[in-house]
Design a protein around this ligand. Structure first.
Ligand SMILES: O=C(O)c1ccccc1N[C@@H]1O[C@H](COP(=O)(O)O)[C@@H](O)[C@H]1O
Length: 220
């Protein structure tokens, strides 16, 4: 059964629409993002600490431990750091923290990319596959081809059975409907972000309702 994450929440109105209906709620503390929020604002919005996901692009592991300590949020999504930095970080973090590493997936899986998936899987609690555009991940609004996403998921699962897998990158209701069986059999969580907006950082209530109605009917 897939869980649902809605990311890029920036205000109370949008938060109200989803709070009781999704499994994870993402708050983005990455300055280059149009969905950026400072930690002070995130701490006011993220009252449900079990659902909150703090999205970061840290310069080093210490930046993550500081921000986790400050916010008390125990799900963190990282769009930077290498496998040895993640390994070091995992040791420093409290045991209850779920470390989700974003791994960029382009249109094909090269041997180098396969190796990267394995390396990050070994040191993380969860992997979030996101579309990779010009070497970057995060809010691209573009989808990983579903067969490539499933291949990436298989590599991670074969590397570590307990790995939790998130599918992100331009996910919308249509792509969920079209690929539901594959998504359900390969991923634990589906992540929706920019596709649910009416403008950057502001969600569209009708798109949220449509998605959550489908989730209630088909997934729950
Ligand atoms: O949304 C952003 O602007 C962003 C910037 C920097 C890091 C992460 C960001 N968002 C995350 O990107 C994925 C995919 O988003 P999309 O569906 O392609 O819009 C999602 O997990 C967001 O949390």
């Amino acid at each position: 059964m897939n869980k649902i994450k809605i990311c890029g929440i920036t205000n109370r109105e949008d938060l109200k629409l989803i709070t009781d209906k999704v499994d994870y709620i993402g708050f983005i503390n990455v300055k280059r993002s149009p969905r950026y929020l400072p930690l002070t604002k995130i701490m006011k919005l993220a009252t449900d600490k079990k659902k909150a996901v703090l999205v970061l692009e840290p310069k080093n592991p210490e930046e993550v431990t500081e921000k986790v300590e400050k916010t008390n949020i125990s799900n963190i999504q990282l769009h930077s750091l290498n496998p040895s930095q993640i390994k070091k970080l995992k040791i420093q973090l409290p045991k209850n923290v779920l470390l989700i590493k974003a791994v960029g997936i382009p249109d094909t899986l090269t041997p180098k990319k396969k190796k990267e998936i394995k390396s990050f899987t070994r040191v993380s609690d969860a992997i979030l596959f996101d579309y990779e555009l010009q070497g970057k991940t995060g809010g691209t609004g573009k989808q990983i081809p579903i067969d490539i996403a499933c291949q990436a998921a298989n590599i991670a699962t074969h590397t570590k059975k307990s790995i939790k897998l998130f599918l992100a990158g331009g996910m919308n209701l249509q792509s969920l409907k079209e690929n539901y069986k594959l998504i359900d059999s390969h991923f634990d969580v589906v992540d929706f972000n920019s596709s649910l907006e009416k403008s950057p950082g502001i969600k569209d209530p009708s798109k949220i309702k449509e998605l959550l109605d489908y989730v209630d009917k088909v997934i729950r």
